[in-house]
Design a binder for this molecule. Structure first.
Ligand SMILES: Cc1cc2nc3c(=O)[nH]c(=O)nc-3n(C[C@H](O)[C@H](O)[C@H](O)COP(=O)(O)O)c2cc1C
Length: 328
């Protein structure tokens, strides 16, 4: 196993903290599909292709979104050290296979907004439980829209009644398609329940979905819910979009995803995903048409939640790729 080494002029313990912070990002089924190579003057972020979900995420689109979210955390962790991160997305021959490299820029003092985002990283969680029946204030929505824009992405707020109803039925349709797919079911089962350092444990699973639920949430086999306890009536529903398709857009939008989620956390908001509508290609195409051409990358349900348990993470040492061999 590779070892954490001094990188970007930082001591080993600081580098370990950076990578741990990166690994607190969200990922589908908590697969944590990222690896890092410490290369002295740069940290390379690579996809961990052993952690693909070929049935759920056949094009590795969500895998790259998750890596983008980890990259955003890494940027924040450097900002916490007063360092300006210099990021190259899809760096090509300089770091073959990498989704991004991060170098040390000049000094950049930590501003208050960024400090709050840094503090939100360890407390952000996906929250599948019912939210409180309190509407999300307009200023909060605007802050989330701006967070996406800061990362060159678009956050579409699904406001109108007909549009919400249409999206609800798209999510429900995609949910049924996935429920009938043995491959998708097997991937969900593999990452559900008590595992050591990945997957979704029962304490994070939320509550057991029921047929009357308006939004079809993924079933991580939570404990049965109390009779009569239903979901909030009107969560904020948003679709995070990129302006173009492909791996670069996905890594970019992953950063936007994490900025949106962390901004939500700083505002006391919780979020969970409704990714079925994006994972099932035919449904995603329909959603894309209804949005007028921007590329839907994530559907989020947002509201004021109650506390949830954290999901586990792999040890930093397990995320390291060996230094590249010097070629002869
Ligand atoms: C791109 C993406 C899509 C996701 N889709 C879903 C989803 O459809 N349903 C769900 O319950 N969780 C979804 N998640 C949340 C993950 O399950 C969650 O991030 C993971 O279990 C780690 O937990 P945490 O977010 O609390 O750190 C998604 C996460 C990402 C990054």
């Amino acid at each position: 196993m590779a070892e954490v080494t001094e990188t970007l002029g930082l001591a080993r313990e600081d580098v370990r903290d950076l990578l741990h912070t990166a690994s607190l990002a969200p990922s589908v089924h908590n697969t944590q599909p990222w690896r890092f190579r410490l290369a002295g003057d740069r940290i390379e972020l690579h996809p961990d292709l052993d952690r693909r979900l070929p049935a759920t995420d056949p094009d590795d689109r969500e895998l790259r979104l998750a890596c983008g979210a980890a990259l955003f955390n890494l940027r924040l962790a450097l900002r916490a050290h007063g360092i300006r991160p210099l990021v190259t997305l899809l760096p090509g021959s300089e770091a073959p296979g990498a989704l991004a490299t991060v170098r040390r820029g000049g000094a950049l003092p930590l501003d208050e907004d960024t400090r709050q985002l840094v503090a939100a990283v360890p407390v952000r969680r996906s929250n599948r439980k019912p939210f409180r029946d309190v509407p999300v204030p307009v200023e909060h929505r605007q802050a989330l829209v701006r967070a996406a824009e800061r990362e060159r992405s678009w956050l579409h707020v699904v406001d109108h009644r007909e549009e919400r109803a249409r999206l609800q039925s798209l999510v429900a349709r995609a949910h049924r398609v996935q429920a009938a797919d043995a491959g998708v079911r097997a991937e969900l089962a593999a990452f559900t329940g008590a595992r050591t350092d990945d997957g979704v444990p029962p304490a994070s699973a939320g509550v057991r979905p029921a047929p009357q639920d308006e939004w079809a949430l993924r079933d991580f086999q939570a404990a049965d819910r109390r009779p009569g306890k239903d979901y909030e009536s009107d969560p904020l529903i948003v679709v995070l979009c990129s302006y173009y398709d492909g791996p670069l857009a996905e890594v970019q939008t992953g950063q936007a995803l994490q900025r949106v989620l962390l901004t939500a956390t700083t505002l006391g908001l919780s979020a969970s995903f409704l990714s079925q509508a994006i994972e099932v290609r035919a449904v995603r195409d329909e959603l894309r048409r209804s949005l007028g051409g921007v590329v839907p990358q994530a559907v989020l349900r947002i509201g004021f939640g109650t506390p949830v348990a954290p999901t586990p993470r792999r040890a930093v040492e397990r995320l390291l790729l060996a230094e590249q061999p010097v070629s002869a």
